[in-house]
Design a protein around this ligand. Structure first.
Ligand SMILES: [Zn+2]
Ligand SMILES: [Zn+2]
Length: 720
């Protein structure tokens, strides 16, 4: 009897595909093995998801798999379960997640591509392709005669999505218009793994204070219970780290492996160094996507073979192939660095799903966790606290409204005092450039990006006006292009403007500024940070980027300028973000001798700043949660932001209507807002739909099922 398998393919699709298994392979089949399969005119590496008795009824002909690549499965059943859950709950194609989970060397390289063999006339194309005439003409137009082009290139150029493009290309191939060049690089065969080395028992001698003991025991019991257990651990960063080490000390790694997820690569590297000091270099692995290809694969193999007990990495390490995972440690729950965009997933949610599948423990650490998780932890009883923390005091002052000056008298006085004592000052402002708005006061014209219609930011240092969205740039206005007025107004002061004012007040001061732009890739430490570490600066000013650097704790004063501009953004989580941001600044200042945090704001009465001044997270969380309940926002309701992208607005509107119909006539009632037309991005139209429903999982699943049936290009964000 023939048997069949469901296979996941590394394509931007959420469907699985059915293949038959030839007799010779029948005894080898297991889920998680790699197989080579034919797919349209190509050969791909897929992963067996499961064995099935018969193919789905609607499928007429089933093709056989070409070969089985492994003796041992690449992924365990629980890992595959995790990938499927994550795909559904993040609305991300399962094939894309598969690609993120396996190193590229493990999948067949799609080197070759398509080339033009014959140039059909417009008439011929019209005759053969009728309705799809325009699309077909575009494809032909993009194909050179001599060189090959990959489908990814064609899809990008023509804006036709993957299934549509493949259908057209295969018809053209039958007509003899295009040809395919295959350069297949078959990945190496995987043999049986070696026995992993025995676990080690540590003896580090960390003192566990009596009040820590019950908390430690709670997590400890979780580790040995062999069931899924989440914990939210409230406490200062240093205390959380000490707790983690104490936990390792008590536990060793006798019952399984540890995965540590940090918000970025810099953080991962420093945590990895700490772990290497304890376990030695052989038992600890650092895994991230910026490792060079060979090294990344070698690291992956080492983890796969069970040679590493501890894996440290940023968000992508959530896919590390640990086979005996017992503990996932999230170092900083409040950091947005855990959000991955392409493919879209949130590593914090992914860690939860993975721990659930592997029946492991996941610990989220934070001083100011997201209120959604906090509410859940309180309700379900998984909130742990490392005791009261004494934070650096917060003082609130109102913005200077007098004349040109940005720094108010209180801020100036505080800086003056620190400078006279030869102490260091950090100034924080979340706005880059000189001014965020360039306007003509006479006719009201604003400098906008011609592509995205967003206001341009003025950079005096580069003498340019730049779009932060698409990096478009133009020369600064010397006069208004509309009315010719030579008086130009600059609103929304940024870092450059603050630097200018500081130099005016204190000409002798050693000053440097740090913004995300000047520190690309986060791999190299920017010069400003090096100077700061070596004590060559008196004042460091910077954007949010400062936070991930964490090297500025030797300052006794941190000034936060106009954090209320962040509150004005159209995102319901901005209150939470601002609170978390300032709380983390406080967290990092604990070591400094007599630190102070000064917030200069135009909205001193805002609940976020009041809660900060009182040093009260609970007060903040309670207010925030009450607001969100009133407005029907997460965590009380599921919220999905779905952006559909395509060439024609009419087509997008049709898709939006189809989604609306689908959701309105099935299951629990949902609320749909939109579609709203967004600014065009890379010459494509975009519409956005917000979907709200009482039960997040239920509404996400329904949207997922709809997306599976459609061939529309989309991006989605699921809020927690
Ligand atoms: Zn004008
Ligand atoms: Zn732009």
């Amino acid at each position: 009897m023939t048997s069949f398998v469901e296979v996941i393919l590394p394509l931007p699709l959420s469907q699985t595909f059915t293949y038959s298994v030839p007799e010779e392979y029948a005894s080898l089949i297991q889920s998680g093995l790699r197989v080579l399969v034919p797919f349209r005119e190509r050969t791909l590496t897929g992963i067996i998801l499961s064995q099935v008795e018969r193919p789905p009824e609607k499928i007429k002909s089933v093709r056989p798999i070409l070969s089985v690549l492994d003796e041992v499965p690449l992924f365990s059943p629980s890992f595959l379960g995790f990938i499927l859950d994550l795909s559904r709950l993040s609305l991300t194609a399962v094939g894309e997640l598969l690609k993120a989970a396996a190193p590229p060397e493990f999948l067949v390289k799609e080197k070759g591509g398509y080339k033009r063999l014959k140039t059909p006339t417009s008439e011929e194309i019209r005759l053969k392709f009728r309705k799809k005439f325009k699309e077909a003409e575009k494809i032909i137009g993009c194909l050179p005669e001599k060189k090959t082009r990959t489908w990814r290139f064609l899809s990008r150029q023509t804006q036709i999505n993957y299934p549509g493009l493949m259908a057209l290309l295969s018809r053209m191939e039958k007509l003899g218009w295009v040809g395919q060049e295959k350069r297949l690089k078959v990945p190496p065969r995987r043999k049986k793994a070696l026995e992993p080395p025995a676990a080690i028992q540590l003896s580090l001698g960390f003192p566990v204070t009596p009040e820590l003991e019950p908390v430690l025991n709670e997590v400890f019991r979780g580790l040995f219970s062999q069931e899924f257990k989440p914990f939210l651990l409230l406490g200062l960063r240093r205390r959380r780290e000490a707790f983690f080490l104490a936990l390792l000390n008590k536990w060793g790694t006798s019952a399984g492996n540890v995965l540590i997820l940090t918000p970025d690569i810099v953080g991962a590297t420093s945590f990895w160094e700490k772990m290497v000091k304890i376990f030695g270099p052989k038992r600890v692995a650092l895994l991230h996507h910026e490792l060079p290809g060979g090294k990344r694969e070698a690291t992956w193999q080492r983890i796969f073979r069970g040679e590493a007990d501890v894996v440290v990495g940023p968000r992508s390490a959530v896919f590390a192939p640990l086979s005996k995972l017992r503990l996932i440690w999230i170092t900083e729950e409040s950091d947005e660095g855990y959000v991955h965009l392409d493919p879209a997933y949130d590593a914090r949610e992914a860690a939860w799903l993975r721990a659930q599948q592997e029946e492991a423990v996941v610990v989220y650490g934070s001083t100011a966790p997201s209120v959604g998780l906090y509410a859940r932890a309180k309700e379900k009883g998984f909130l742990l606290s490392l005791g009261e923390a004494s934070f650096a005091p917060v003082r609130i002052t109102t913005s200077a409204s007098t004349g040109e000056k940005i720094l108010g008298p209180e801020v100036r006085k505080a800086i003056e005092q620190r400078l006279s004592r030869k102490e260091k000052v950090v100034i924080f402002l979340n706005r880059r450039g000189y001014a965020s708005l360039i306007a003509c006061p006479r006719c009201g014209r604003i400098a906008l990006c011609p592509q995205c219609r967003r206001p341009l930011t003025l950079y005096v240092s580069r003498a340019k006006a730049i779009c932060h969205q698409c990096h478009y740039e133009e020369a600064c206005w010397s006069q208004c292009p509309q009315c010719g007025s030579s008086v130009i107004e600059y609103r929304g002061h940024g870092l450059e403007r603050i630097a200018e004012e500081i130099r005016r007040f204190w000409p002798q001061v050693r000053l440097s500024s740090l913004e995300a732009d000047s520190a690309k890739g986060k791999k190299r430490r920017p010069a400003a940070l090096k100077d700061w570490q070596r004590g060559r600066l008196d004042i460091l000013i910077g954007t949010q980027f400062l936070l991930s650097s964490l090297e500025w704790t030797n300052s006794s004063l941190v000034v936060i300028l106009n954090p209320e501009v962040m509150l004005a953004q159209a995102d319901f989580r901005t209150g939470e973000r601002v609170f978390q941001l300032i709380r983390r600044l406080q967290d990092e200042m604990v070591s400094s001798s007599k630190p102070e945090l000064l917030i200069q704001t135009a909205a001193p009465e805002n609940y976020v700043f009041k809660a900060l001044a009182n040093g009260d997270y609970e007060q903040f969380a309670a207010t925030e949660l009450r607001f969100r309940r009133l407005l029907g926002l997460p965590p009380w309701q599921g919220l999905i932001r779905l952006t559909l992208t395509g060439q024609s607005l009419r087509g997008l509107a049709r898709q939006a209507r189809s989604l609306k119909n689908e959701l309105e006539f099935s299951g629990e009632p949902v609320e749909l807002l939109g579609p709203t037309v967004l600014p065009r991005l890379r010459r494509k139209n975009q519409v956005q739909i917000l979907i709200k429903g009482k039960d997040r999982e239920e509404v996400v699943t329904r949207v997922y099922d709809w997306l599976k049936k459609k061939t529309v290009n989309y991006s989605a964000q699921v809020f927690y």
